[in-house]
Design a binder for this molecule. Structure first.
Ligand SMILES: [Zn+2]
Length: 427
């Protein structure tokens, strides 16, 4: 079966597994053309049963194979090349053909709030090397929407300019990190605008790229008076899960085989808590067999009211302290604080047995915010918790939210009285 499946094409999990297996031969044949898998001592698996026992492919394997060790097609057939973000020295490369892109676009466009020709869609994730900006752009174009390529980590689009675009263009949909949408809100407030009132065209915020706790999600929706639609994926794979109308993330198990790896036992299972493992099924340029994504997840096959026959995933992230405390736990407590306190930005670390957390909060709300958060985190963490209030601007400087830097082309010639300190400023 070559046609890419659509939700509703299968009625139950055995049928979904048959869909996966019908596609697996092509995936394994592609892997057999990849120098990385050909070199492996285990060879390339030839069946689902053999795949189940096959060693995982991890991020280090991808680094070792940089740049084209996993390439399973001619270089001439590639459409795009990407590298994922990360602080380590050796990059992680990924590449896709035009055919691969059809599947990528399909998966991203599976939103329960659909992109339409009448939409103005502001893409606020990076375009540089990563896939996320290009993916959102291609998916929106495929649905006829107007794309505003705002990018991220770019001098050309500081926060104040994003707010200006959202407002003046009547942007209807956005794509960003959840944190970025909080920064827009702070920037809008400094510009004298109210996010819940002055952006009436906004009908949804698509977010992804970092874990999002239920309380932060609710707060974001309140701040912007628009629904939040979550998405989960990686540059090496594209979208892996999207949200259903019930607000749950479902894995795109018609396009990939998913497993959960327990790093303590080394075992994998179809469901449960651990690290996500993915074998994409619609991929020719860079086949991946049992690719270990280091995010901690919880996968379940409990039925969902939406009726989709797709496993539900909760993404728990990578940052945790000891066995108990995750970043998501702390975030949840911060965003359960009364909205009236206006707390959006925080950071925390352990100091010995103590947990110390800083929150940005206006002086008028300091006392109740500190008290409520100390109580909530104390119940969660057990050990001593210290909450330090810091004034607005201490964690996220106001200058970052209001700056409008000049972005000039290189210039060498200036007239009398002009500021020639701007000469050659093309960076
Ligand atoms: Zn659902």
């Amino acid at each position: 079966m070559n046609r890419r499946p659509r939700i509703g094409d299968w009625q139950d999990y055995p049928e979904l597994e048959r869909l996966q297996n019908a596609r697996l031969d092509r995936t394994l044949a592609a892997a057999a053309r990849s120098p990385f898998y050909r070199k492996r001592a285990d060879g390339v698996p030839s069946s689902r049963a053999e795949l189940n026992d096959y060693p995982l492919t991890d991020k280090q394997d991808l680094r070792d194979a940089y740049p084209f060790g996993l390439l399973a097609v001619d270089r001439a057939d590639l459409a795009t090349y990407h590298e994922s973000s990360g602080s380590s020295g050796t990059p992680t490369a990924s590449y896709y053909t035009d055919e691969d892109w059809l599947d990528l676009v399909d998966r991203y466009a599976r939103k329960h709030i659909a992109m339409e020709p009448s939409d103005t869609f502001l893409v606020r994730t990076p375009y540089a090397l990563m896939i996320t900006g290009h993916l959102a752009q291609a998916a929106a174009r495929s649905r006829g929407a107007t794309v505003v390529p705002a990018d991220n980590r770019s001098l050309a689009t500081p926060y104040a300019k994003v707010v200006r675009l959202l407002h003046d263009l009547d942007v209807t949909l956005t794509w960003s990190l959840p944190t970025d949408a909080l920064l827009w809100a702070a920037s809008a407030a400094l510009a004298g605008l109210r996010p819940d009132r002055d952006f009436p065209a906004l009908r949804a915020l698509f977010v992804g790229g970092e874990p999002l706790s239920p309380a932060r999600r609710t707060r974001l929706a309140e701040i912007w008076a628009a629904p939040i639609v979550e998405e989960y994926g990686a540059t090496e794979t594209g979208s892996l899960a999207g949200e259903c109308p019930q607000g749950r993330l479902h894995l795109w198990a018609d396009r990939a085989i998913f497993e959960v790896h327990d790093p303590r036992t080394g075992r994998t299972a179809a469901a449960g808590r651990g690290q996500l493992v993915v074998t994409p099924l619609y991929r020719e340029a860079m086949p991946l067999l049992r690719y270990l994504i280091e995010d901690e997840v919880d996968v379940s096959y409990q039925p969902c009211l939406c009726g989709w026959v797709l496993p539900v995933v909760r993404v728990l992230g990578r940052y945790r302290l000891g066995a108990e405390l995750t970043q998501l736990d702390v975030e949840e407590r911060v965003f359960r604080l009364s909205a009236e306190y206006g707390v959006m930005f925080w950071r925390a670390r352990t100091e010995g047995a103590r947990l110390r957390i800083q929150i940005e909060v206006a002086e008028s709300h300091q006392a109740p915010a500190v008290r409520d958060l100390r109580d909530a985190l104390g119940r969660l963490h057990g050990a001593a918790v210290e909450v330090d209030p810091v004034p607005p601007g201490a964690l996220v400087p106001a200058a970052l939210l209001t700056a409008m830097p000049d972005v000039m082309k290189p210039r060498g010639l200036f007239s009398d009285g002009e500021d020639w300190a701007k000469a050659l400023q093309y960076y």
